[in-house]
Design a protein around this ligand. Sequence first.
Ligand code: NAI
Length: 386
Amino acid sequence: MINVLLMKAGVIGSGTMGSGIAQLMAMAGEEVLIYDNNPQACKRAQAKLEKIMQRLVEKERLSAEEAQAALSRIVFVDNLMAFADCKLVIEAVVEDLKVKCDLFERLEDICSSDCLLATNTSSLSVTSIAAACDRPQRVLGMHFFNPAPLMKLVEVVPALQTDRLWLGRVKEWLTKWGKTPVEAKDTPGFIVNRIARPFYGEALRILEEGLADEATIDWAMTELGGFRMGPFTLMDYIGNDVNYTVTETVFKAFYYDPRYKPAFTQKRLAEAGWLGRKTGRGYYDYEPDASKPQPRKDPDLGEKIFRRIVLMLINEAYDALFWKIASAEDIELAMTRGVNYPKGLLLWGKEWGYDYCVEAMDELYERYREDRYRCSPLLRELAQQG
Ligand code: NAI
């Protein structure tokens, strides 16, 4: 059967995200061009893609022919002019507004008017990138998660100027590639990186207050909470530099809302170069002879930790709904598919009871007298409705 949706797509940036996005599109049958202004990066990406395909064949996820065909659909180009007949271009270069704006300005002259220009930015305003174009109607955010070929969720973020006609087409493409698109308002952190902040932030507060150590907090969240990884294990996996930067960016972008205030502990770790797994040391020591710290498996303490972190996540999810960042359905999808939470946070809140959530938030607020613990107006309204 001929797939009428097949197209030629362009990817700019051949780093972690660019090469992953190119891989997933090629595996879905699209023809993909990749451009990177660093020829060494292209070479590295090409070698990495070959290795990944080889591994997929070894694991019998793909036949040798399918792997070869997917690889042959990815073409590395040394000039952006090659993108002239692309129907979609996804930019995945460094997270720098000026670099991205310059690129979009150039793309506008190269790509035909029916080509969609997308950015994979995770923290910049899509609207400000679109503003670099004379025809910003065809610019939007397509926020993939790492590793892009595996992670199902993609946040689709229309800029203020985006023509909504594009949204349907983008969601169709993503669905065809096996992805789950959700639509997010162009606000800091979109859905996932906003709602997930307390998973790290509240865990760090509990650590800094001395209520429990990293291993105990991780144990509470995995064993009692059902999360796949505890916050400290996950931060070490993501990289403390990357995670700190996201937190700081969201904090600044929210005009220093104390709810998103970064933790000194994480800043110090980043400064020390204790970035996590990639440097052999983070919250935990990953050297081969290092001993693993044991959690204090006290059920009452564990319950307290898990309840406090999940409560803050629930509050954040209801607040995102209150501010119309996304629909309830998309918020649930984002957190269960994007970051593999064991349950949708809105459902979790409903199950715990709105009264309980409001009381528990107010208790934290009373204790600390910090705006960080303000209860979402939506949770309060729902509790009042009974
Ligand atoms: P990376 O550093 O691995 O790759 C960036 C690539 O862009 C490099 O190969 C670099 O040579 C190239 N580049 C820089 N300036 C360029 C230019 N003017 N023209 C062409 N190529 C250029 O970065 P990564 O992690 O892939 O991130 C890319 C984008 O994706 C960023 O906007 C980031 O915020 C976003 N993102 C990253 C995620 C992650 O987990 N790494 C997750 C979701 C989004």
